[in-house]
Design a protein around this ligand. Structure first.
Ligand code: F6R
Length: 242
């Protein structure tokens, strides 16, 4: 993997936004793999700035979110559907129908994983996948123990991940117990992986992902199996690398 250490999140966001702009220039119907959480926000802001001038036509750009909570009421502001609409689709001016998020409705979730895989295949696959990483080493919501070949399916969130995501909810108990997430196998099919991490809390997970053995115990380590991975971190997240 290519490792880039940057001064801060803004510098990382600028690099990734530039890469996405050149991708869209080359391929106006590019397929973006979208992470939620705090990590990609600087990228989305930088991208909105670059697109804002109206010099780039993004109406054909397609997107697939990594994951969604299962069982939040439709329209809940912290559902990843709502987050992707607010942080990505609206500020970038993307075409809403072209940006998909896994469907976390419990009534249909049994089929939602296979439907999502089908939709990604039908779109021709993801061109550039943005990834964050959890303290537990998860990518998407593939917690330790997830098969490296896994596809989109329902998973149980771990307690550390629920605690980390409690900041988005009124109370920690409001964080759903389950999610639907692209699998590690799904993520590895994207043509370019861009893994971002900032802050000391991510240093162990980054060291394991970049330098540790490839193991289901550290889902982030799966990026080592991919021929085109770019890891962009700040000094703090890089602090445990050899
Ligand atoms: C989000 C996702 C997660 C996050 C990870 C880091 O769609 O799949 O893997 O990227 O939990 O979260 P933040 O960026 O909030 O530290």
């Amino acid at each position: 993997a290519e490792l880039v250490v940057v001064s801060d999140e803004q510098a990382a966001g600028a690099l990734v936004a530039d890469a996405i702009v050149s991708l869209i220039r080359r391929k106006p119907d590019a397929v973006l793999g979208l992470a939620t959480g705090s990590t990609p926000l600087a990228t989305y802001r930088a991208l909105a700035d670059r697109i804002g001038g109206g010099t780039l036509d993004v109406r054909g750009v397609r997107g697939f979110a990594l994951d969604e909570y299962v069982g939040l009421p439709a329209g809940h502001p912290e559902s990843y559907r709502a987050v992707i609409t607010r942080e990505v689709v609206e500020p970038l001016g993307l075409t809403p129908e072209l940006v998909r998020v896994p469907n976390g409705d419990p009534a249909t979730v049994e089929h939602a994983g296979a439907d999502y895989e089908q939709a990604i295949l039908a779109a021709g696959g993801v061109d550039l996948q943005i990834l964050g990483i959890g303290r537990t080493g998860h990518i998407g919501f593939n917690e330790p123990g997830s098969s490296l070949a896994s596809l989109t399916r329902v998973k149980t969130l771990t307690e550390p991940t629920r605690a980390d995501n409690a900041r988005f909810f009124d109370s920690p108990e409001d964080v759903p117990m389950h999610c639907i997430t692209q699998g590690i196998g799904t993520i590895l099919r994207a043509r370019h992986l861009v893994l971002l991490a900032f802050g000391e809390a991510k240093a162990d997970a980054i060291a394991a992902a970049v330098e540790g053995p490839v193991t289901a115990s550290q889902p982030g380590s799966a990026v080592q199996l991919h021929p085109h991975t770019t890891v962009i971190v700040d000094e703090a997240a890089a602090s445990k690398l050899e």
